[in-house]
Design a protein around this ligand. Structure first.
Ligand code: KG4
Ligand code: ZN
Length: 330
């Protein structure tokens, strides 16, 4: 096995480990989800970090075993350095440093968003740059121009909530369980997307996003209708709310695509599971790539996918590697 990369991802509430070979083929991709957060209606950072401590070692063992490899055959170790929950990230970074140091192999530090973009570079059907990429998850909303595998240029970001966060918060207002995106999409299937006119923040300049307004509009619509009526019209509220979020994403994506002249688009992140969003992306008239669902949501294969094109840390930098909670070290 030449060039096998063991990757670790612990930026939020999923303990993830994967093995990817030098050509980008996924040999294993294991995700241990911490469903404990559901009962709190959102991820509790301290609980996430503590669960990573328990889950990460067996997850790495499972990834090695699924790949049919032992640690002796791993040639590089990659880890998510940030952004994410700092306590959660530190568990992964400490584990990756320890494995790399003990085995005497190089460590590669990967930015989580670079990982989401790099999900598109994994085999057996890699999507080559250049393309415009939309990453929409519970923590991030990013529109990027990708010219090469090792970096991207930010075209737009959210000024407040992430798109997935807007789905989750709207779902909570409608009495749906966490994570709200899939539940809201299911409820919206029975509703009229034109019933309510929720804002899509078209006044925001450039390719940036804002989801605070649509969230507040839903809150006011529910209050104006009153409890009984809003209960009766839940499906219409969900359908109109979903439409506003998808419209906002598609509006920026469409404009960025036209401005880029590239005619190629990829999407990723948990919100890429949304049926109406996928449908609208496929209607943009561009060459489109959507990674498999398991590669859109948080996973370690995408971190290995990014590491393939990134330099190793020096021995000193590997030992001193720290996590960062926000921003980017690109
Ligand atoms: O990428 P991901 O698994 O984790 C983060 O990095 O956040 O994304 C999770 C987000 C959640 O906000 C969830 O509600 C949203 O993706 N999501 C969806 C759907 N499935 C997951 N949003 C809308 N429609 C869906 N079908
Ligand atoms: Zn993510």
């Amino acid at each position: 096995m030449s060039g096998a990369i063991l990757a670790i991802e612990t930026s939020c509430d999923d303990s993830c480990a994967a093995v990817v070979d030098a050509s980008g083929l996924i040999l294993s991709n294991v995700i241990a989800s911490q469903s404990i957060h559901d009962k709190y209606g959102g991820v509790v950072p301290e609980i996430a970090a503590r669960h990573h401590l328990h889950l990460l070692t067996p997850t790495i063992d499972a990834a090695l075993s699924d790949a049919g490899l032992t640690l002796d055959l791993i040639e590089r170790v990659a880890v998510t350095q940030g952004p994410g929950l700092i306590g959660a990230l530190l568990v992964g970074v400490a584990q990756a440093k320890a494995i790399a140091a003990a085995r005497g192999v190089p460590l590669v530090a990967v930015d989580h968003l670079q990982g989401h973009v790099a999900a598109n570079f994994l085999g057996p059907d890699p999507f080559e740059p250049p393309f415009v990429c939309l990453i929409a998850s519970g923590g991030h909303t990013l529109l990027a121009r990708v010219e090469e595998q090792s970096s991207y240029t930010v075209l737009g970001e959210t000024l407040d909530d992430a798109a997935g966060e807007a789905f989750d918060k709207g779902a909570r207002m409608l009495g749906l369980p966490f994570p709200g995106g899939p539940a809201l999409e299911a409820l919206a299937g029975d509703g009229d997307p034109e019933a309510f006119d929720f804002p899509t923040a078209r006044n925001v300049k450039g390719f940036d996003f804002s989801f605070a307004g649509v969230k507040t509009s839903l809150l006011y619509a529910i209050a104006d209708l009153g409890e009984a009526e809003s209960q009766l019209r839940r499906a219409d509220l969900a359908a109109s709310y979903q439409k506003a979020i998808v419209d906002a994403l598609i509006d920026r994506l469409d404009r960025a695509l036209s401005a880029s002249g590239l005619g190629r688009v990829a999407i990723g992140g948990g919100v890429a599971a949304n049926g109406p969003l996928r449908q609208r992306v496929s209607e943009l008239g561009a060459e489109t790539h959507i990674p498999a669902m398991k590669l859109c949501t948080d996973n370690a294969a995408m971190i290995a996918g990014a590491a393939r094109f990134l330099p190793d840390c020096s021995t000193e930098a590997a030992l001193a590697l720290d996590a960062y909670p926000s921003g980017s070290k690109r």
